[in-house]
Design a protein around this ligand. Structure first.
Ligand SMILES: C[S@@+](CC[C@H](N)C(=O)[O-])C[C@H]1O[C@@H](n2cnc3c(N)ncnc32)[C@H](O)[C@@H]1O
Length: 242
């Protein structure tokens, strides 16, 4: 008799399990109270059953909440300056907008760029409009003004630094296909909002890197481009180390 009961329980569990597995995939989220009214999800009932029958693992998102500034545990400006950087720099070639420059500083802080080179007419700190978007990263990130960006690139190239013109160009390499060389040092050159990267830099560059786009606009904002390229570089380098 007790055998029959346990078989019946087992069958019931199996049936319930497959029913719920269909309805709630493995990573289904237990929704916060505020979102529950938009669903027919019944967390209490399922919560109890799930625990007993291992029908669904509760996704870590169950505990989602925003982290406080303290919990983010960022470096101080001094710690950042002393910290090891990734082996790459950013060169802004005649970038007009100071807000873009500030934004590039903020990104360069996040992705530990060695140096931000401000070429030609690109504005330099201290400036209110740079600080507005840099949010203080113009204090942490090392930068230099480079009056002649073309000559500067030639010098770097002679020292073995890879010059990468980030531009939509003939024979460009798509960002997904770009693999940084292990041990290689790079400078990524980004161009003016209207005219793009100087043709003379494109001529001497080791490669042109292009971010594929799928919409109607011809190009991305330059600061957005810097964010994408820096994130990609850092993660490819880190992945190569693993
Ligand atoms: C607004 S775009 C310049 C306009 C465009 N290159 C032109 O000549 O018409 C400013 C800079 O952002 C970068 N950029 C924007 N979209 C890009 C993309 N899809 N791939 C690579 N770089 C891009 C380049 O560095 C470019 O020089």
């Amino acid at each position: 008799m007790s055998n029959l009961v346990s078989v019946a329980i087992h069958l019931f569990r199996e049936t319930l399990e497959s029913f719920l597995a269909g309805r709630f995939p493995e990573n289904a989220r237990v929704l916060p109270q505020s979102a529950r009214k938009f669903t027919n999800f019944r967390p209490k009932w399922y919560g109890r059953s799930l625990k007993k029958t291992r029908l669904m693992t509760v996704h870590p998102d169950f505990c989602m909440r925003k982290l406080s500034m303290d919990e983010l545990d960022r470096l101080s400006v001094e710690e950042f300056k002393a910290a090891e950087k990734f082996p790459y720099s950013v060169l802004l070639d005649d970038v007009r907008s100071l807000n873009n420059v500030g934004s590039v500083f903020r990104t360069s802080d996040a992705f530990r760029v060695s140096t931000v080179y401000l070429g030609g007419i690109t504005g330099t700190p201290p400036h209110r409009d740079i600080t507005k978007t840099a949010l203080g990263a113009d204090e942490s990130v090392h930068w230099e003004h480079v009056p002649d960006a073309v000559g500067f690139c030639k010098d770097l190239k002679a020292k073995g630094v890879r010059i990468v013109a980030v531009e939509q160009a003939e024979a460009s390499v798509g960002l997904p296909d770009f693999q940084p060389e292990p041990g290689g040092e790079y400078v990524f050159v980004f161009g003016n909002e209207v005219f793009g990267v100087n043709d003379k830099i494109i001529e001497i560059a080791d490669l042109c890197l292009e971010i594929p786009q799928y919409g109607t606009k011809h190009s991305l904002n330059i600061a957005v481009t810097v964010g994408i390229v820096c994130w990609d570089f850092v993660h490819k380098r880190l992945a190569a180390k693993e």
